[in-house]
Write a protein that binds this ligand. Structure first.
Ligand code: UD1
Ligand code: CA
Length: 457
């Protein structure tokens, strides 16, 4: 039977104290609503409608890849009102799953099992619930002594006795489409908050003699609803653990799994070792048998096998096999580093290609350059790519030698085996196999130190 889903995401998220719509806050690199939608998509659901309100344009444009239908809830009048906005998208046949956009830890297996439970037991309305130690803030599941569901009562409307109930409403439900459509408009805002509560449908269901049920989750983490920054951090911690454990299961070593920050989209090869304090973001791919040392940050980069990275920052870059990076190197966007290269301490590379076997062992800046194979870039070399107005290109061909403290002024080409002596400022093309030396001849002035009384003896 065709199932569809409605994701509620119109809330302002007042408790987040943020200019960003709540559901766009990220957890391990992905917005909360994206996470919910990915799980819904993977659960055999055909049509998904998102109810958006606060910051709707921002929310809508961030979700354009999901092929959703959007409905707009102008005034936030409660979860029941939010679903009412999507009424025209509720099918008469089949079932509708309703979820909140602020529960980023929900997993596809749970959604699938909830739907199966609902269908197998021929239920009209099923609520996903959980038993929690601290039910504060959640709607409580009120049942008769024989376990029959009576209603859901919100924290603010609950009586003292009801507040003691530890079974809570996760905010995920499965409804028979026709019944949801029929009874949505019967919800009244007669409660402490003056809101239209979707949860009132349970009482309406009881009055109509429908088949109601609860499906209780053992893993209560999944239903964490994020309403505040504290809960955001809590959800991030749980997600971080899930991600790191997945990598460990696939053969990656984490020296201290609690101190590794890996986004969901990252892939890491077998036998790679990740030291504490490492941040790996975006769609980074790291190969096998690599070492990523403490406090490195790698974003949207591709690292091949057998690469060693220490205390370095790599952004939108690529590194081929057997190369070592750092400590304290900075690869800015567009750095393509070849095989068996050495990029040592305090070397900054930007928008440049570095050929196989080349070495820049310490203290250098390489920007907007094409550097060939087996080139030596000495200590203190600066690729002078900017004249105050525009960036220009520098080409250094294979097997060239760039001595220490050299300035290569763009636009410039150093041909194959060109040899630039230390301390030279190069402004003119260096031909193949040629020594380029541009420094004043050294003078010696005898007895000068004594005459000036500068002797340090
Ligand atoms: C809701 C449930 C509560 C449950 C909890 C689980 C109701 C009345 N209460 O409470 O029983 O335990 O979720 O986390 O449903 N939203 C809209 N439009 C609105 C109001 C809310 O789109 O007018 C969206 C929000 O963006 C959010 C979701 O609905 O994604 C839930 O709203 P929220 O205000 O967070 O509900 P809770 O108070 O957490
Ligand atoms: Ca909530």
């Amino acid at each position: 039977m065709a199932n569809s889903a409605i994701v509620l995401a119109a809330g302002a998220g007042t408790r987040m104290k943020s200019r960003l719509p709540k559901v766009l806050h990220k957890i391990c690199g992905k917005s909360m609503i994206e996470r919910v939608l990915e799980e819904v998509k993977a659960s055999n659901v055909e049509d998904i409608t998102a109810v958006i309100g606060e910051g709707s344009q921002e929310v809508e444009s961030s979700l354009k890849d999901f092929n959703l239908q959007f409905v707009f809830q102008e005034k936030r009048m409660g979860t029941g009102h939010a679903v009412l906005m999507a009424e025209k998208n509720i099918p008469e046949e089949g079932h509708v799953i309703v979820l909140c956009g602020d529960m980023p830890l929900i997993q596809r297996e749970t959604i699938i099992s909830l739907m199966a439970f609902h269908e197998d037991n021929h239920l009209d309305m099923t609520v996903l619930t959980a038993m929690v130690e601290n039910p504060f803030g959640y709607g409580r599941i009120v049942k008769e002594s024989d376990g029959k569901l009576i209603k859901i009562v919100e924290e603010k409307d609950a009586e003292d006795q009801e507040r003691l109930i530890k079974e809570i409403n996760s905010g995920v439900y499965c409804f028979r489409g026709d019944l949801l459509k029929k009874h949505l408009s019967e919800i009244c805002p007669n409660n402490v908050q003056g809101e239209y509560y979707l949860t009132d449908l349970i009482e309406i269901g009881v009055q109509n003699g429908y088949a109601l049920g609860t499906y209780s989750l053992l893993n209560t983490e999944e239903i964490l609803g994020v309403n505040s920054r504290r809960q955001l951090a809590e959800a991030e911690g749980i997600m971080r653990k899930r991600i790191v454990e997945k990598h460990m299961d696939q053969g990656v070593t984490f020296i201290n799994p609690e101190h590794a920050y890996v986004d969901s989209g990252v892939s890491i090869g077998m036998d790679t070792i990740i030291y504490p304090g490492v941040i790996i973001k975006g769609n980074t791919v790291i190969g096998e048998n690599c070492m990523v040392g403490s406090n490195s940050r790698i974003e949207n980069s591709t690292i091949e096998d057998h690469v060693q990275i220490q205390n370095s920052v790599l952004i939108d870059s690529s590194v081929k096999q057997g190369t070592t990076i750092g400590p304290f190197a900075y690869l800015r966007p567009g750095s393509c580093i070849g095989k068996n290269v050495k990029i040592g301490d305090f070397v900054e590379i930007k928008n440049s290609i570095i050929g196989d076997g080349t070495k820049a062992s310490h203290l250098a800046y390489v920007g907007d350059a094409e550097v060939g194979k087996n080139v030596n870039i000495g200590c203190g070399v600066v690729f002078v790519n900017y004249n105050g107005k525009e960036k220009q290109k520098i080409i250094v061909e294979d097997n060239a030698f760039i001595g220490s403290n050299v300035n290569l002024v763009a636009p410039l080409k150093v041909h194959k085996r060109g040899y630039v002596a230390a301390g030279t400022t190069v402004t003119v093309e260096v031909p193949e196999g040629t020594l380029c030396i541009g420094r004043e001849k050294q003078k010696h002035i005898k007895g000068w130190v004594d005459r000036k009384k500068l002797s340090r003896e």
